[in-house]
Design a protein around this ligand. Structure first.
Ligand code: SOE
Length: 385
């Protein structure tokens, strides 16, 4: 089978989730190319070598520019914090590499647009890893909505609730620094909800929002500085948090539906509560990532006295991707969405077709996220041009 050499830049939480999918996708999916884990790149040589040894990356590099220059690399996997997405993607596009990029796409919509234009100009496949689109239960909701089973959509009610930053002694990691992260819960998690809303309901035309920063300064990290969900060492020095901890948005969709969004890392008891409800004229669906194999469904067409929300277990062979995994009710998990994304990405390279979400979706999503931050700053509704 033809091989595609992959280089990954970034080796923390997303580096791990992506490596797992690159390494194991061929065990479950008939991919058009076998991904080869060629180079893992990160600034800390000792740490990236340990990562490469564990996951089977053949070589390591500490300078991402050298990875881009290599003629033997076909795919660049961007798993760094957001500030590096733009420079790496631009260089990768110019070098003719296909790009598998983590969310949020970049620091700004302007950067996202330039990434999209560069990738299109280069004719490379560009994918933005909003992995939750590829939960089978979410794909089922998409199929039901597209088949008209909910009818006209009136409401999107979504939230992404976590609690990992509630401890004021959690260090000032990159997630809390605007120049590296771009924003806090807005880009970190509301970007997933906005992507799902665009995927399932449609484009958004106005945004009104409020933000809050509950803990305004934190201990400065020392040593490796910790990472997503994991506090690292800290000293006595404190630094200013420069992003929002929470955002609430209300929006109007172009198709007339109304939407509400809440994203926070201060919802005690919620760990990765990516949740939405969609209400239409003929029915409704409800998804909860913490019960990710299930889709709640209400149909106005059920018999009299028999109406009510039912739980569909989206694990039949007929449900998207599930025929490649296990028999019904032998559920799948968080890591399987990454396999689905890698499978679809490799198929897009082979077919020359566009994969979604891509850098244009990233640009459109960033415009909505930026409108939310602007609305909170100006205390005014913001129209999306
Ligand atoms: C932290 O909020 C985080 O790791 C996000 O960055 C991911 O995109 C999300 O899937 C899980 O939580």
């Amino acid at each position: 089978m033809k091989e595609m050499n992959v280089a990954i830049i970034g080796y923390k939480f997303m580096g791990k989730a992506h490596s797992n999918a690159w390494k194991n996708v061929t065990n479950f999916f008939d991919v058009p190319f076998k991904p080869v884990l060629k180079v893992a790149c990160g600034r800390n040589e000792e740490a990236v070598q340990e990562f490469a040894d564990r996951w089977g990356w053949e070589e390591i590099e500490t300078d991402w520019k050298k990875v881009i220059e290599r003629d033997d690399i076909d795919i660049i996997d961007i798993s760094t914090p957001p500030a590096l997405h733009y420079p790496i993607a631009l260089a990768a596009a110019k070098a003719g590499k296909h790009i598998f990029c983590e969310k949020p796409i970049a620091l700004t919509a302007e950067e996202a647009l330039k990434m999209y234009e560069a990738a299109e100009e280069a004719g490379v496949v560009h994918y933005l890893n909003h992995n939750y689109r590829r939960c089978p239960a979410v794909m089922l909701a998409k199929q039901m909505i597209d088949e008209g089973q909910l009818g006209k959509i009136y409401h999107w009610r979504g939230c992404y609730l976590q609690s990992w930053l509630m401890d004021p002694d959690f260090p000032l990691t990159w997630h809390l620094q605007k120049d590296i992260a771009g924003s806090g819960s807005s880009g970190g998690i509301n970007s997933h909800s906005v992507d799902l809303a665009r995927f399932l309901v449609g484009e958004i035309k106005t945004v009104s929002a409020l933000t809050a920063t509950f803990v305004k300064e934190r201990p400065v990290p020392e040593g490796t500085g910790g990472g997503t969900f994991t506090a690292g060492e800290t000293g006595a020095k404190k630094g200013k948090v420069t992003v929002e901890d929470a955002i609430s948005m209300v929006v109007e969709f172009e198709n007339g539906a109304l939407g509400s969004f809440e994203a926070t890392t201060f919802a005690i008891g919620r760990l990765n509560y990516n949740y939405f409800e969609i209400y239409g004229e003929k029915g409704a669906v409800i998804f909860n990532l913490e019960r990710m194999n299930e889709l709640q469904y209400y149909s106005a067409e059920d018999g009299e006295g028999e109406k009510g929300f039912r739980t569909i277990l989206a694990t039949d062979p007929s449900h998207p991707y599930m025929a490649n995994w296990w028999p019904p009710a032998h559920n799948i998990g968080y890591e399987h969405e990454f396999h689905h994304a890698v499978f679809d990405f490799l198929k897009a390279i082979d077919s020359g077709e566009t994969i979604a979400p891509n850098f244009n979706d990233g640009y459109l999503g960033m415009k909505i996220l930026e409108a939310g931050i602007k609305s909170a700053e100006t205390k005014k509704q913001v129209d999306i041009d």
